[in-house]
Design a protein around this ligand. Structure first.
Ligand code: AGP
Length: 612
């Protein structure tokens, strides 16, 4: 959830840290801080609550701090309110050790009480400060920082990515990781640690991914990595091929808007390499037909929007594979004593590849013998590295907290995987297979054409932005798509919203429909269009204002019942959500804009949820 960065090298650290933190601010933004060390000024720590801008103003863009060694942090509060004192870095009692932490120390209270009995005074409410104080304690025992860090890691439980500097080591930055992401960056003029590659890509593309239990010691010219027994380990280095500008706003008002408009290209990049000679090719997932036939259960596990992709995929896969597909929220799955065994195929979907609930669910599935396939956007992320197989969505860096292009690429990739499995099982007619292949390749073009004119969505947003409660209704794929439309609206505009299977309304929820209630009626799924119209009539009869989303072919028919209609181009029914979801993203975006919300960094949220 938080973002950490560290630098040791030949340039001034503070501006580099601020720039990196700005690129990671989506990870958490309720306070920020840096610690920089120089020979003449020693350890300089500055931190403040609120957005990173407050910190940047406080230290004049970094000019106030001197030194070529430093660490920085942007926080999403877990333990202790977001205030100046709880902001990172945390400094040990003697002022010699400064530390930034992303994760949660589960046994912090027990350690804190122990240290307090020994006379240590704590200043913050955080679990992270405990690590700084414990480190000082062990350092005083052994006078060797690497050994002291090793001892601390053996005492603490939970998840952590740590960046540490110590006055006795004026040229060294120390890092450690368990269950929270941490990347090592090998630069020309110094070396880096960061929670996310976007923070350092401006300086280097040469990276290594730290593994659980590892400790790294960085100087300006070297990075040495050790395992939890302090035995040196060789790290495999990777070249990051993300474009620097992809993680920049590039003149757009918000990352979310830019990322919505990037969807045709993101879909193209995800689909094109996976279709050859009219067939789906999944190079990194190569189950044989026999292995697929042997699968007794299929699970899709994810959180939030990625879970909503799973909901769409359940409908599509069951239709294509004629097999039951179970979709589970990762946070529920992991504690449900799931009926997973060595004949289960478990698909985990995650943009970040770091979502703790999803990772834990995947580990539980693996422990029970399942074969795991991860659909992930961030290359080298923890989930991608731990899954048996990984298929990447090529959405590029997604910065806005509200996902858009990652969702769209997950959706098409899941469609391709479903088609691939159906082909192996022989459960899809050749004509349908060909039709889907043809249409999936046309999606970018159709979407691009539709995106050329987004003003009608803007108009409807300005008409409806002051509603306090909005219902999204639909059947089948439209219901699954509505879950995402409703989440988008909730997370960035703070309007209460529900997504309902429209046939279910009459079993209770329709009592909430009264004159003026806004219902977003999703009628893009052609096979059930006529059935759905009856539901629209039902809410209209109770006085609802209906904004409908449908396809061009049904525009006129829908217009006879709904108050307003947005139409998208038609495609194969199983692919329709790929086009239908985009107006819903834009609707949420423009509504949030009208309401003056902080679109890219909505309150209480963070992009990468690495806590339980
Ligand atoms: C979506 O807009 C949210 N930011 C959130 O629901 C997100 O999809 C969820 O936290 C899962 O994240 P992941 O895909 O990185 O695992």
């Amino acid at each position: 959830m938080c973002g950490i960065i560290g630098f040791v090298g030949r340039g001034q650290a503070a501006p580099i840290l601020l720039d990196g933190l700005e690129r990671m601010e989506y990870r958490g933004y309720d306070s920020a801080g840096v610690a920089v060390r120089s020979e003449s000024r020693g350890l300089q720590v500055r931190k403040t609550k609120g957005r990173l801008k407050n910190l940047a103003d406080m230290i004049h863009g970094g000019a106030d701090l001197e030194g070529c060694l430093g660490i920085g942090h942007t926080r999403w509060a877990t333990h202790g309110e977001p205030n100046d004192i709880n902001a990172h870095p945390h400094v040990s009692e003697n002022g010699q050790i400064a530390l930034v932490h992303n994760g949660i120390i589960e046994n912090y209270l027990e350690i804190k009480e122990h240290l307090q009995k020994l006379g240590v005074t704590f200043t913050s409410d955080t679990d992270s400060e405990v690590v700084a104080q414990l480190l000082e304690y062990h350092y005083n025992e052994c006078h060797n920082m690497l050994e002291a860090v090793g001892r601390v890691l053996r005492r603490i439980q939970g998840s952590y990515a740590l960046g540490i500097i110590c006055s006795d080591y004026p040229n060294a930055l120390i890092a450690a990781r368990k269950d929270s992401p941490l990347i090592l960056g090998y630069g020309e003029d110094g070396n880096f640690i960061a929670s996310d590659v976007t923070a350092i890509i401006k300086h280097t593309r040469d990276v290594a991914y730290m593994d659980d239990g590892e400790i790294a010691v960085l100087t300006a010219d070297s990075i040495d990595v050790f395992d939890d027994e302090l035995v040196p380990v060789e790290k495999e280095r990777h070249q990051v091929d993300w474009d620097v500008t992809a993680a920049e706003k590039g003149g757009y008002p918000h990352f979310m808007f830019k990322e919505i408009l990037e969807q045709p290209e993101a879909i193209r990049k995800t689909v094109s390499p996976r279709i050859r000679d009219g067939r789906v090719v999944l190079d990194t997932f190569s189950l044989t037909a026999e292995q697929v036939r042997d699968i007794s259960r299929i699970f899709i596990i994810a959180c939030g929007s990625s879970y909503h992709v799973g909901m769409v995929s359940k409908y599509n896969w069951e239709r294509l594979l004629r097999r039951p597909v179970q979709v589970d929220l990762a946070s529920e799955f992991r504690y449900s004593d799931p009926l997973v065994d060595d004949r289960s195929l478990v698909i985990v979907i995650s943009q970040s590849g770091e979502t703790l609930d999803t990772m834990a669910a995947m580990r539980e599935a693996k422990r029970r013998g399942a074969r795991t396939l991860a659909v992930v956007n961030v290359v080298g992320s923890s989930i991608a590295r731990e899954a048996d197989d990984v298929l990447y969505t090529w959405a590029g860096p997604e910065i806005a907290v509200a996902t858009t292009k990652a969702y769209s690429t997950q959706l098409v990739l899941m469609d391709l995987i479903g088609l691939y499995l159906a082909d192996l099982l022989g459960t899809v007619e050749q004509s349908e297979y060909d039709a889907i292949i043809q249409e999936v390749q046309l999606l970018p073009e159709k979407l691009q054409g539709w995106l050329a004119d987004v003003h009608n969505v803007q108009y409807f947003a300005s008409r409806y932005f002051n509603h306090n409660s909005i219902f999204f209704i639909g059947r089948n794929l439209d219901y699954a798509m509505g879950l995402e439309g409703s989440l988008k609206l909730k997370e960035i505009s703070y309007i209460h919203s529900e997504a309902y299977a429209s046939g279910e309304l009459k079993h209770g929820t329709i009592s909430l429909i009264e004159p003026g209630t806004l219902v977003v009626a999703l009628g893009t799924y052609a096979p059930l269009f006529d059935k759905f119209i009856s539901n629209v009539v039902e809410v209209k009869a109770r006085g609802a204002e209906v904004l409908a989303l449908t396809t061009e072919g049904f525009r006129e028919k829908m217009g006879k019942t709904a108050d307003a209609v947005i139409a998208v181009p038609e495609t194969h029914p199983i692919l329709q959500p790929s086009l239908g979801v985009v107006p819903l993203q834009l609707f949420a975006y423009y509504v949030a804009l009208q309401r003056g919300c902080d679109i890219d960094k909505p309150r209480n949220l963070a992009k990468s949820v690495t806590v339980e």
